[in-house]
Write a protein that binds this ligand. Sequence first.
Ligand SMILES: *Cc1c(COP(=O)(O)O)cnc(C)c1O
Length: 448
Amino acid sequence: MAPIAVTPPNQGNDETLSALTEQGIEQALLKNAPSQLKSASLTNTLTSIPHQQQESKLPQPIDAPLPELDASKLQCTYTTSPRPVPAVGSAEMASQRVCSDHMIQAQWTLESGWAAPTLQPYGPLSLLPTASCLHYATECFEGMKLYRGYDGKLRLFRPNLNCNRMLMSTNRIALPGFPPEELLKLVVKLCATDGAKWLPKDRPGHFIYIRPTMIASDPALGVERPKEALLFIILCCFAPMAPSATGIKLLASQDDMCRAWPGGFGYAKVGANYGPSLVAQGEARRQGYHQILWLFGDECTVTEAGASNFFVVWRTKGGRLQLVTAGLEEKIVLDGVTRRSILELARTKLATMEGDLEALEVVERKFTIDELVEAADEGRLVEAFAAGTAWFITSVSQIHFRGKDIKVPMARGDAGAYAATLKGWLKGIMWGSDGMEGHEWGRIVEEE
Ligand SMILES: *Cc1c(COP(=O)(O)O)cnc(C)c1O
């Protein structure tokens, strides 16, 4: 890549105004993570960074740059009142209210850049009621997991992709940039600190959920670009995933509601995408469905299922077997790490499958619910599943669309055959089993 002039990301100069455009976001990524942008396309924001890559020292302009987010400056204050770890199977464990002993915070201001991050006891934030994030949804987040492996090790799954995506999300809502590798170091540090206690070695197969978050904390009601922000990282207990014996049932969204639209922000993990979806989700639950299948536009294109990406396996009218998921080009679909990993595994391992599974073609494209209904009616629908970090890979058994129930086959009884196979491979990588212990997508965390 050609050398580029670099200015600090945290100066609110005019060029940041272009952050609404794809180009603007790419510029920000170039400034913060030049090593990761191989080609200029937003859909490459998740492009992985090789593990051993040296940090590139950015050329600094002569005006003293403001301090960057810097994990090496971390100041640690350890808790003096450790919290109990919920018992396996307890209601507390499933409540998603219990966090580990510590959290990491880092403050940013327009004038002073990033302050030294702190590791400190978990506890409430201090915000004034005028804080920007409480009024204008200047908030974005990530969702990752720390896995306790069957080989006793702690692992993260492709965490660099989440850190890159967080940078992209912050750009979309005018929050400050940061070097994604510094965020990753902070995530690793928190996991290293609390992992041993909160994911004890006698709980292989368990995980804790990692929530890096950034909010605008300016105590000023004016509707303007944030001048102050807070980054924090917490580890939250989650019930271990119970295998679903029946698959999930999806309710297709009604004409009067959509999750995201071209020119919007559906591709970014910003809080503003989620609150407004809860009305539809509540309605789905009330009617006995697990999630909404989000359709878009007059053609009813299929986008995502809840906050997970959606995949279908079908046979084309011409008889070709395909794994299909919505493309990213309209930016109404989130570029999921699980989605990306499934596509990569499918392209390398399922395209030339031998044995009990038939090889299939992998297709990212716009498709409509009518195509899905037609495939089901003609017996060409093979399976469907939702995929994301939180709920992993879950087979779909039924989709309700405009008064009609589409029955989705699950060849293995409790799952589709392709979903089960992909899930098995990813499980092996995440939890270090089935010969996948050394896979490059699993990043081992050394416990403290
Ligand atoms: C987080 C999320 C996903 C899944 O992304 P992963 O990186 O696989 O966890 C999919 N869709 C939406 C809307 C999401 O918020």
